[in-house]
Design a protein around this ligand. Structure first.
Ligand SMILES: *Cc1c(COP(=O)(O)O)cnc(C)c1O
Length: 388
């Protein structure tokens, strides 16, 4: 049936007809508790009324004009992000990888504009994931993603996760920037320690190295703050955002500071669809919703509640589960049993989660998940583990 598609995604059978809040429905009426959320994309659940309203209102007015013309909605979203973060300027694109690529370009262009074009190498951490374009796979250097695609090293160096000595050894006169996921997603929800980030920030300041955070997955409220770096009190020079920012509508954003942004002169970079009115209308609605008083406080309380329940499961089944990780609604569950099998059995019991590295699963509820839905997830998990 799907033989006309590239085989890169395997052959999933399960298909959904519609979604509402935390649930997905098949066309024969089966209901699934969706704690995968399109891999941390549907930040406010499926078909949130405010997002549907923003999208349909904009769809009836104007879809696309390109950046040859002023787009007020993109100015509003940029201003909103600037007001709430370290950033002075924002570039909009359509995906996480594009947001990361914009950051890489900013890093290289900064040193180039200072007459140091030889400073062009970018360092990334082991276990990271930055997207599937040529530069972003070269950055993460995961052989499963790179083999047969990347020529040479693409201009990237890799260092050990959260190991400051490993970083010191690799930095040289060609180092232009460092990219870090403050909370790694694909590798299994691994949080970078704050003292490491502090030491990296210091190194960067001393040596004029650009520090970039990839918050494509952990950003936009997912970790309990608008962006995860805000937990640490350590600001990057560049931040890539995407996934949850559009609540399910494709969007990417690259946030940066004045010093770097001035190198992006007219004509230096662009995107046909970047900043389009539809994406901007939805993302503005997402950020407005998350920025409301109490939204993140409620998320934090629900996260504590969920984690406490998961901790009980880990205690009850020490032969099946190794532990939990992550913050906010970005939760990793490390398994002793086969995590793929756990995902399959949860799916049989109408609950969806995502695979991650290190034999773990990612549990990614909508940020506005209800207590009753958390209880339902804990019950399904408990019943699956009980009969393992
Ligand atoms: C998903 C992801 C990306 C890539 O985003 P795409 O929209 O798939 O291009 C980049 N970095 C991180 C941390 C991600 O989780």
């Amino acid at each position: 049936m799907n033989s006309a598609l590239l085989p890169n995604y395997g052959h999933p059978d399960l298909e959904f007809d519609h979604g509402r809040g935390s649930y997905l429905y098949t066309d024969d009426g089966q209901r699934y508790l969706d704690f995968a959320m399109g891999i941390a994309v549907n930040s406010l659940g499926h078909c949130h009324p405010a997002l549907v309203a923003a999208l349909t209102e904009q769809a009836n007015k104007l879809w696309h004009t390109s950046n040859l013309f002023r787009i007020k909605q993109s100015e509003r979203l940029a201003q909103n992000l600037v007001r709430q973060t370290f950033a002075d300027r924002v570039f909009f694109c359509n995906s996480g990888a594009e947001a990361v690529e914009c950051g890489f370009k900013l890093i290289r262009r900064y040193h180039y504009s200072k007459d140091q074009p030889q400073r062009n190498r970018i360092i990334s951490l082991s276990g990271s994931f930055h997207g599937r374009t040529l530069a972003t796979i070269a950055a993460a250097a995961n052989p499963a993603h790179c083999d047969g695609f990347v020529v040479g090293d693409g201009g990237f160096d890799q260092v050990e996760f959260a190991d400051i000595d490993s970083l010191r050894q690799v930095i040289d006169e060609r180092t232009a920037g460092i990219i870090i996921e403050p909370i790694q997603g694909e590798s299994g929800i691994k949080q970078v320690p704050g003292d490491y980030l502090g030491a990296v920030r210091e190194l960067c300041d001393q040596q004029d190295i650009v520090l970039m955070f990839d918050e494509v997955q952990c950003g936009v409220g997912r970790s309990g703050t608008l962006y995860a770096y805000q937990h640490y009190g350590i600001s990057p020079d560049i931040l890539a955002s995407a996934k949850g920012l559009g609540g399910g509508f494709p969007i990417g954003a690259c946030l940066t500071i004045e010093k770097l942004s001035v190198t992006m002169t007219p004509g230096s970079h662009g995107s046909t669809f970047g900043g389009n009115p539809l994406a901007m209308a939805v993302a503005n609605a997402v950020v407005d919703e998350i920025s409301q008083d109490k939204f993140l406080a409620e998320l934090a309380a629900n996260s504590d509640y969920f984690r406490a329940g998961l901790a009980v499961l880990v205690e009850t089944y020490p032969q099946l589960l190794r532990g939990i990780s992550g913050v906010g609604m970005m939760i990793g569950l490390q398994c002793l049993i086969d995590s793929m099998e756990l995902i399959a059995r949860l799916r049989d019991n109408k609950m969806l989660v995502v695979k991650a590295g290190g034999n773990s699963i990612r549990i990614l509820p909508p940020l506005n998940v209800a207590r009753a839905e958390i209880d339902e997830a804990l019950e399904i998990l408990s019943s699956v583990l009980e009969t393992w």
